[in-house]
Design a binder for this molecule. Sequence first.
Ligand code: FMN
Length: 178
Amino acid sequence: MSILVVYASTHGHTAEIAARVSEALGDGDLRDVASAHGLELSDYDTVIIGASIHVGQYQKELVEWCERRADVLNAMPSAFFSVCLTAADDSEESREATAAYLADFKARTGWTPRLQATFAGALQYREYDFATRLLMRLLMKHQDRPTDAGRDYDFTDWPAVDEFARSCAALPAGAASV
Ligand SMILES: Cc1cc2nc3c(=O)[nH]c(=O)nc-3n(C[C@H](O)[C@H](O)[C@H](O)COP(=O)(O)O)c2cc1C
């Protein structure tokens, strides 16, 4: 089974999740979206795509990549995973924001993945530049989250990532029936 995993990652955490998914599937073809422009999706049985939220938006390059390929993606086994920090929070406001990111993505791209998942991301203070670190510490203080910029914080449920990978592998082959 030939699986393509394409991701966009600003600070590296979505890249780690994508690598974990790819590895769980027995080494899929793992690509940063920047290196995925020339690929033929028909060369793959299943395509899995992941992106993270920054200031309410997924990475533009990945959104456009999906938008251009929506027809092909809709016609084959495909899955999307979203990475954000609101998913680490169980308040109604955060749940609504998390769901809205996915809904906006599907409306914008015209792609309806057969499988979708949201994973809580990470606070990677050590990866951020000065301004981003300052901004994130202020935001996190406001949200009662960790502000010690001397370390990173991983909120991802890794067993859930493995479970998502297994579900992707079990997607039925061929065109969608709906
Ligand atoms: C500048 C910045 C803005 C962010 N904005 C949001 C946001 O609007 N909503 C959200 O849920 N998470 C937000 N996040 C959290 C990221 O989605 C999270 O850190 C994720 O793990 C980043 O993945 P990446 O390392 O692949 O870029 C933001 C993170 C940063 C650094």
